[in-house]
Every structure is written in structure tokens, then in C-alpha cells.
Ligand binder design. Structure first.
Ligand code: PEP
Ligand code: MG
Length: 583
């Protein structure tokens, strides 16, 4: 039966494919498709892992002290029995053979199904067995990981067309760094139960140019593995089991979108200026160094925001040391061939958790907690390491330091003290760096916007993080779908703040950009131009769409009409003023 679910559209495009349900447990493992012809080898890996766990359990059983409680032996017996049941390996092996899922993914998919079946059982004893099954499966996954063959590096990275059937991920929630791990994989869409429009997961989905709908409540309960889905990333709709007619309509839309995207490519090399001749600078936001390739190819004139924290969020790896970080920053600097690169210092916390390789002070999980520069200042050694790595990269191009979430003068003082210290350390070591490296601040806390002269006086450049500025001004968690309807970039308070920041910075001749998602939203381009913005930083996937709007705009006219928008507090007045502005 065809039915549809609705959520928050976060990454445009239409995906048609089969649902792949990913459980929380499954997110911890690698997901990839094994190369055609290697299915047998992959299945053998799974069987070897089963064998390894069987031996481990036997060893444990033999090693039990004589006086250990009888429950211990019984517990190991139950696990042994579960492992010996051929049914546990049968389905995953089938998934490896028919869908070419890697072994750990196939096993967690089966685990998911089993856990779901157990959740429907009333009998408390049998219900408890679900935990045993989970523990056994986790042991097998651990064994698979220890084989060291189950790494992404060894996986064949396939494009969707190689897969035969396109796959759409359906999950309760996906952490931003997990999302990034799907980057090279053959998925064509994402659906999650949770999330907001500017959650970092949504931002990463957009950067991958893959249609995504988040905040689709109960999607992961209502959609079954293997269901056919249509995902409309423009309207926020997920259609389950679409009929032929609907499929045909969406295929048509999909073809149209591809044609339009091709047409847009023609804008790549034209000058970025408004219809009345005002030059506009378009920068790219990136999460991974290699994204710089795309940024350059699409005509970005620099990286306006490199979210460096993605180097620190990998679950599996240790925290990168100075040399490793330097190489990553250097890579971006080299790829940008002398164009500016704003390396934003680590912004972990809230919805971005630190990777497992770190054992110091933990970040806050609340957006109001120990996040971004606040955390960096509590971990000066880590901060200094990052600063030295950025400074070393600055010897080879225009690397610049950008600090997130500043609000207090004392935070600014401490930040500059540590930048100076990092410079001294490099000097003592005799290592090259640009002593005049530019340092910029993100304006993303209302307090910073309200005391802008403090920032204007102390920094070389400023960049408005509208994602957080909106979150903190309107007091709504940007990752919480329950309040997503209140996340409003057009709230008069936001427009007044933007106007105030941009006009003050312009008057003082301090470069000012917007690097939050507002900059990449083509429906807001004219509004930002009207506010006097000339530097936009966005995901490269949005660059040409925004450029198309810029080419059509007349800034003179827009500026003449903005004051009415800024004076409109009533929604109807604002709608009218905006209509006039956009006309
Ligand atoms: C912002 O807050 O607008 C921003 C660009 O930073 P992030 O989205 O990484 O918090
Ligand atoms: Mg931010």
C-alpha cells in the first residue's frame, strides 16, 4: 500500500530506491558494497569471525574459576548456543551474496530484524534473550573488525549505477561524522526520524549533494528494509511503496532536475556580479580537505569555512597530531592555489561529539555548553597543537585562522595569547609560518553581534554564522525537530541583527561574510544583497544556484527597498515588504 511521510527537507533532489535500515549498532560499523566476485570471500570472513568467537567463548568457559557462580557458565552456554544456531549466519550470508553488503553491515542488518521481532514478544524471559543475541552479534562484529580487512580503505567504492538498485538510508538519527562516512558510498538518499534544517547532519547531507529529509518522525519504525521509496528532498516527502504512476511522475521530475543542473554548469566561468555591476565574492564551506577540489572547479574564490573539527570526530581513529593536521591543512591550501582558506578552529560539542581517540575534558552536549572556542580554551595543549599546524600551513598559501563562538573580551585575549605562544614555539623550532597570518572571528552569538566594535577592533575579518546566530537569538536547539518550525531566518530580530552587523563592519572596512546556511539558500540571496552583503560562503553544491540569483539582482533597487522589510514586525507587513523586495 502506498503511503507517505513528511519531514523537513534539507537537501534537494529526488531519490528513488530501496530502503536500507540502519540501526544505531549498525552505525558503528563500516558500510560498503563488496566488489562483484568477492562475495564468497566476504561470506568466509563472517564465518571466520563466528569461529573466532566460538573459540573465545570456549576459552572463557575453560578459564572460569571453580567457585564462580553457576550463572556465569549458563550465560556462556546460552551465548554458545546462539552462536551455534546456523540461522544467525544464514541471512547475513544471503545479504552478502545477493546485495553485496559487507559482512559487518549484513550482520547488523540481521541483528536489527531479530531485535525488532523480540521487541514484540511479551514473555519477559524470551525478551531478555534479545540482549544475549545483541551481545553475541557485537562479539562477532568485534572479531570482524580485528580481522583488519573490514576497513573502508579496502572497500570498493562504487557509484550508485554499479549497484543495480539505488539504496536510500533510513535511520533514527545519524551523527554528522557518521554521515560523512557515507560520503564515498553508493547511497542515493537519507531519511532520519530526528534532526533539524541546520543540524550538522543536514549540512553534511547537503554537501554530499544527496537528497535528504530529516525529522520524519517514526520513519525508521514505519519503513521496512527493502521497501521501495521515493524521497523528495525539495518538499520533504517520503513516499513508501509508490505505484507505477507516481514513480513515472517522479522519474520525470528527476530527469528535469538533472537537465537543470547541467544548464547551471554554464555559469561556472562567468564573472560573479549583480545585474547593476556590483562584484560579489563566493567562497566555499568544506568539511574534508578533498572538498576543495570541487570548490575550485565550481569557481569559489576561496574557502570561507573549513570545519576542521571533522578531523577530530572519527570514532575509530586517535586524535590527529600536529603533523597529521598540518598535512590536512596544507592539502587544502595547496588545492586552493594561493586563494584564502579560513580554517575554523575545532568546533566540537552540542551535536558534534569528539572521536574515541580523546580522553581529556569532554565537550558539552548542550548547545549552551562547553563548545567550540570555550572547549579549546580548556584544552590549551590541543588548541596550541592545532594553531601550530595551521600556522605551518600558512607558510605555503593563504591559510587564515577563524575562531568560532566568541562572546567575551577575555576569550579573545586568551585566544590571541595562545596564537602568539604557538608562533613563538614554531619560531624556537625554526619552522616556517606566516607571522602576519590573518585572524578572524565568527559572529554567531547575539552578544557578539551586540558588541561588534570589540570584534571590529581586534580581528582582520568577520564571518556571520547564521546557523548558530539564529539558534541562540531565538533560543531553539537547531538539531531538535520538535522546535524546527520556530527556526526562522526571517524573524525580524535576525534581520535586524544581520543589518546591524553587516553595516557596522562595512563602515569600518572590515571584511564581513556570511558562512551559515542562509548564504547558500538561493531564496535568501536577494535579501542578503539588500542588506549589503558582498561575501557569501556556502557549500559548493549551492554555489551556482546562488550565483544565478546574483546575476539577476539589482543591488541598487534592493537596497532602496530593504528599510521597509526591516521595519515590518507584523508577519503580514513583512510578507508584503518581502514580496516587493523579491519582485
Ligand atoms: C554557523 O553557525 O552558521 C556556522 C557556519 O557554523 P556551524 O554550522 O558549523 O556551527
Ligand atoms: Mg556555528
Amino acid at each position: 500500500m502506498t503511503f507517505s511521510l513528511h519531514g523537513i527537507p534539507v537537501s534537494k533532489g529526488i531519490a528513488i530506491g530501496k530502503a536500507v535500515l540502519i540501526s544505531r549498532a549498525a552505525l558503528e560499523v563500516s558500510h560498503y558494497l563488496v566488489e562483484p566476485g568477492k562475495e564468497k570471500f566476504e561470506a568466509q570472513k563472517l564465518l571466520d569471525a563466528f569461529d573466532q568467537v566460538r573459540q573465545e567463548l570456549e576459552q572463557l568457559r575453560l578459564g572460569l574459576p571453580k567457585d564462580s557462580p553457576p550463572e556465569m557458565a549458563a550465560f556462556l552456554d546460552v551465548h554458545g548456543m546462539i552462536l551455534a544456531d546456523p540461522a544467525l549466519a544464514e541471512k547475513p550470508i544471503n545479504l552478502i551474496r545477493t546485495q553485496r553488503l559487507n559482512a559487518a553491515w549484513a550482520l547488523t542488518t540481521e541483528l536489527n530484524d531479530l531485535l525488532e521481532q523480540f521487541s514484540e514478544i511479551e514473555d519477559p524471559y524470551l525478551k531478555e534473550r534479545a540482549n544475549d543475541i545483541r551481545q553475541v552479534a557485537e562479539r562477532v562484529i568485534k572479531a570482524l573488525n580485528s580481522q583488519k580487512k573490514d576497513t573502508l580503505e579496502n572497500a570498493a567504492l562504487l557509484s550508485p549505477s554499479d549497484v543495480g538498485v539505488d539504496s536510500i538510508i533510513v535511520a533514527h538519527d545519524i551523527a554528522p561524522h557518521d554521515m560523512l562516512r557515507f560520503k564515498e558510498h553508493a547511497f542515493t538518499g537519507f531519511v532520519t526520524d530526528l534532526g533539524g534544517k541546520t543540524s550538522h547532519t543536514a549540512i553534511v547531507a547537503r554537501s554530499m549533494e544527496i537528497p535528504a529529509v530529516v525529522g520524519v518522525r517514526h520513519a525508521s519504525e514505519m519503513i521496512r528494509h527493502g521497501d521501495w521509496l521515493v524521497l523528495d528532498g525539495e518538499r520533504g516527502v517520503v513516499v513508501i511503496a509508490p505505484d507505477e504512476q507516481l514513480l513515472a511522475e517522479y522519474r520525470k521530475l528527476q530527469t528535469q532536475a538533472i537537465k537543470e543542473a547541467r544548464k547551471l554548469q554554464q555559469l561556472k566561468h562567468s564573472r560573479t556580479a549583480t545585474a547593476d555591476g556590483v562584484d560579489i565574492e563566493l567562497f566555499a564551506n568544506i568539511e574534508l580537505p578533498e572538498d576543495a577540489n570541487q570548490a575550485v572547479a565550481l569557481g569559489a574564490i576561496g574557502v570561507g569555512l573549513f570545519r576542521s573539527e571533522f578531523l577530530f570526530m572519527d570514532r575509530k581513529q586517535a586524535m590527529p597530531n600536529e603533523d597529521q593536521q598540518y598535512l590536512e591543512y596544507r592539502r587544502v591550501v595547496d588545492l586552493m592555489h594561493g586563494l584564502p582558506v579560513n580554517i575554523r578552529t575545532i568546533d566540537v560539542g552540542a551535536d558534534k561529539a569528539l572521536g574515541a581517540g580523546f580522553d581529556g575534558s569532554q565537550t558539552g552536549t548542550s548547545p549552551l555548553g562547553l563548545r567550540a572556542i570555550r572547549w579549546s580554551l580548556t584544552e590549551p595543549e590541543i588548541f596550541l597543537t592545532q594553531l601550530r599546524a595551521i600556522l605551518r600551513a600558512s607558510a605555503y598559501g593563504q591559510a587564515r585562522i577563524m575562531i568560532p563562538m566568541l562572546a567575551h573580551a577575555k576569550e579573545i585575549d586568551e585566544t590571541f595569547r595562545l596564537i602568539e605562544k604557538a608562533k613563538q614555539q614554531l619560531h624556537q623550532r625554526g619552522q616556517a609560518f606566516n607571522p602576519n597570518i590573518q585572524v578572524g572571528a565568527m559572529i554567531e552569538i547575539p552578544a557578539a553581534a551586540l558588541v561588534l566594535p570589540l570584534f571590529i577592533n581586534r580581528f582582520d575579518f568577520l564571518s556571520i554564522g547564521t546557523n548558530d546566530l539564529i539558534q541562540y537569538t531565538l533560543a531553539i536547539d537547531r538539531a531538535d525537530n520538535a522546535v524546527a518550525h520556530l527556526y526562522d531566518p526571517l524573524h525580524p530580530a535576525i534581520l535586524l541583527l544581520l543589518d546591524s552587523i553587516i553595516s557596522q563592519a562595512k563602515r569600518a572596512n572590515v571584511p564581513i561574510a556570511v558562512c551559515g546556511e542562509m548564504a547558500g539558500d538561493p531564496t535568501l540571496t536577494k535579501l542578503l544583497l539588500a542588506l549589503g552583503l558582498t561575501d557569501f560562503s556556502m557549500h559548493f553544491s549551492q554555489l551556482l544556484l546562488v550565483k544565478r540569483e546574483i546575476l539577476k539582482a539589482n543591488v541598487g533597487l534592493l537596497k532602496a527597498r530593504i528599510s521597509r522589510v526591516l521595519k515590518a514586525y507584523e508577519p503580514e507587513d513583512q510578507a508584503k515588504a518581502l514580496e516587493r523586495l523579491f519582485s
